[in-house]
Structure formats: C-alpha cells, structure tokens
Design a protein around this ligand. Structure first.
Ligand SMILES: Cc1ncc(COP(=O)(O)O)c(C=O)c1O
Length: 341
C-alpha cells in the first residue's frame, strides 16, 4: 500500500528503535527521567524558549496549553478551520471551558486583519478575551505557511491588547524547512508553541509544548489533570531526540514529493488543484462534482493507494517518509486510471 493519508503513518527509524531499547529512564512524574529531561531541553532550545513539556499527542499539547493560558469562561480567538477547533473533539469547550471566537483562516494563512475583524471592545456583556491561537503549517489549508512577518504582526497586535499567543505548530518544522529559516524564528512570535515529533519527524509517539518557565510549570500541572503524566517515558523521548536531531532536514524530500504529486495532479482532467497552496508536504485538491470523495477513495484504495478527505469532493494526500518518489509516480498513475474510468 502507498499510504498518503497522513504523515502520522510514518514508522520509527531503525535508529529510533535502537535508542528506545537502550534509553536510560526514571520516573518522569518525579522529574527523574534523564532522557525526557534531555528531550525537553532540546525542544525548548529548538524553539528558543525557556522550557518545554513532553506530552503524548498534539491534541493533548494544545489542550494543556489552553488549560495553562486560560480560565473557564474566557474567550479565545481561533481559526475556523484550525485543528484545535475542528478536530479535537471540542476539548477546548468540554475540558478547558473556553469560548471560541472564530477567525477567518480559510486561505490557510493567519493575518492580523483577520484577528482585528473579530475583536470586540471590552463590554460588560462579553467574556474576557485571553488568547490568540495560530496554526502553522495549516492542516486544513493544505500545509500552508503563515510567514514570520505575518506572525510578527499578529503577535504585536496581541501584545498591544495584553493577550497571549499560542501556536499549534504540529508541523512547524515543515514551515521552517520550506522557508529556509530556523523554527525559532516562527516560535519567537508566540508565547507557547506545540509541535509534533510523531508526524513527518517519524517518532512513534509524542509532542512537545514549549514556552516560558512559568507557563510550562502550569502546563505540567494541567498535563497531570488530563492524565498525561507518564512514568518511564524516556523510551519514547529517546525516539523524539532522534526526530529533532536527525529528521528535520529530510522534510525537504517530502516537500519535493508533494510538489511532484501536485504538478502531476494538475494535468489530470477532473481534478482542480491550486499549486500555490502546495507549500510543504500536504496536497489538497478538488474532484469534479460528478465524483464523490468516497467513490474516489474506494477506487484508489483498490489500486493500492490510500488517501483522505477533508470534506465533500475534496481529497488530501500527505507526502511522508514511507512514500518514495517512485511511489508518487505509481500513485499518480493510479489516479489517472481512476479519473479516466
Ligand atoms: C495542526 C495539527 N494540530 C494538532 C494535531 C494533533 O496531533 P495528534 O494527532 O498527535 O493528537 C494535528 C494532527 O494531525 C494537526 O495536524
């Protein structure tokens, strides 16, 4: 099978498996796992932050960030298409008890104007606004990048308003590699940043939440609330260290494969794709109205290619380490056959 459903399908590398077997561990809830401590220090350093916290998933990382930044009943400004709003089972409302006010991110990019458009002047009737939430790269947008200058503008707006900024940077290293800049250049314009080790970076499990020391202390407590305190988590952290040290630069290969795929798709009748949106490892496109996404995915599956759908008549494919450039050619051929039928 050529699995293009997500970059989360990547298996750990041989080196990851080896360091996992050999990891020095301790009880991380007591702060005694040296491998977790090393991963957290490395993650903080990569983001240019004081501290970081190892969490089991990107979803928990975002949730814990909300719990650490806000109190129940407060308002957060979040993208209408953002993962934290769209795909996290309403955890923001159900667990953190915050009210989302939606920002227009339909182009897969965040702008200060979009935040300004939904800001309200303080009023007796309104909840307290506490936080701006960004996502970079933007998953539903198709792996699109909010550039550093746009992030800076949003951050400066938040500062003027005395609000905090959280960045869901599940794929921040994809943005960094594509832009040819360190991830810290993006993270600089957020008070907290969540990033995943288990997506394109190929670790089996885990995300990190980075920020100021005090914020991370609150996040550590919030992680305990949601049952995310892990014990000998060094076996997982060991793979995370390899992810951060060895797997970032190779994301460029995924980006090249995504581009190869997108350029091929653009030539297939019945497929509509905006090539300008293919900036990293995600390729999102539209099918002719006569073909449903279910039919397309089933026919493609029968030809040995797996993909996903973010909505009606839409298909998403994600280049990842398990898929070679030859596989991309094979997948394109399968799509041509399906579309011609
Ligand atoms: C932008 C974004 N944020 C958060 C997550 C959640 O990560 P996890 O699947 O590890 O919970 C994802 C997962 O795809 C994502 O794309």
């Amino acid at each position: 099978m050529i699995d293009l459903r997500s970059d989360t399908v990547t298996w750990p590398t041989d080196e990851m498996r080896r360091v996992m077997a050999e990891a020095v561990v301790g009880d991380d809830v007591y702060g005694e796992d040296p491998t977790v401590n090393r991963l957290e220090a490395l993650g903080a350093q990569k983001m240019g932050k004081e501290a970081a916290l190892f969490v089991p998933s990107g979803t928990m990382s975002n949730l814990v960030a909300l719990l650490a930044h806000t109190r129940p009943g407060e308002e957060i400004l979040v993208g209408a298409e953002a993962h934290v709003y769209y795909y996290e089972v309403g955890g923001l409302a159900r667990v953190a008890g915050v009210l989302p006010r939606l920002v227009d991110d339909r182009d897969g990019v965040f702008t200060a104007e979009a935040f300004k458009a939904v800001l309200r002047t303080p009023n007796l009737h309104f909840p307290e606004t506490r936080l701006f939430c960004l996502e970079n790269t933007h998953n539903r947008g198709g792996g699109t990048i909010t550039n550093v200058e746009q992030m800076q503008e949003i951050y400066e707006l938040a500062r003027e308003l005395h609000l905090a900024v959280h960045l869901d940077g599940a794929r921040i290293f994809n943005a960094a590699v594509a832009a040819g800049r360190p991830a810290a250049d993006f993270a600089r314009y957020a008070d907290s940043v969540s990033f995943c080790l288990s997506k394109g970076l190929s670790a089996p499990v885990g995300s990190l939440l980075a920020g100021g020391r005090e914020f991370v202390q609150r996040a550590r407590k919030a992680r305990k609330v949601v049952g995310g305190g892990m014990r000998q988590a060094g076996v997982l952290a060991a793979a995370g260290i390899v992810a951060l040290e060895k797997m970032v630069d190779r994301l460029a290969e995924d980006h090249a494969n995504a581009r190869r795929l997108a350029v091929g798709l653009a030539e297939i009748p019945g497929i509509k794709i905006d090539l300008a949106r293919v900036q990293t490892n995600i390729v999102s496109y539209e099918l002719a109205p006569t073909l449903t996404e279910e039919e397309f995915l089933a026919r493609l599956n029968a030809k040995g290619v797996l993909a996903g759908s973010p909505g009606p008549h839409r298909i998403r494919m994600v280049a990842n380490r398990m898929v070679s450039s030859e596989d991309i050619e094979t997948a394109l051929q399968a799509i041509r056959v399906v579309m011609a039928a």
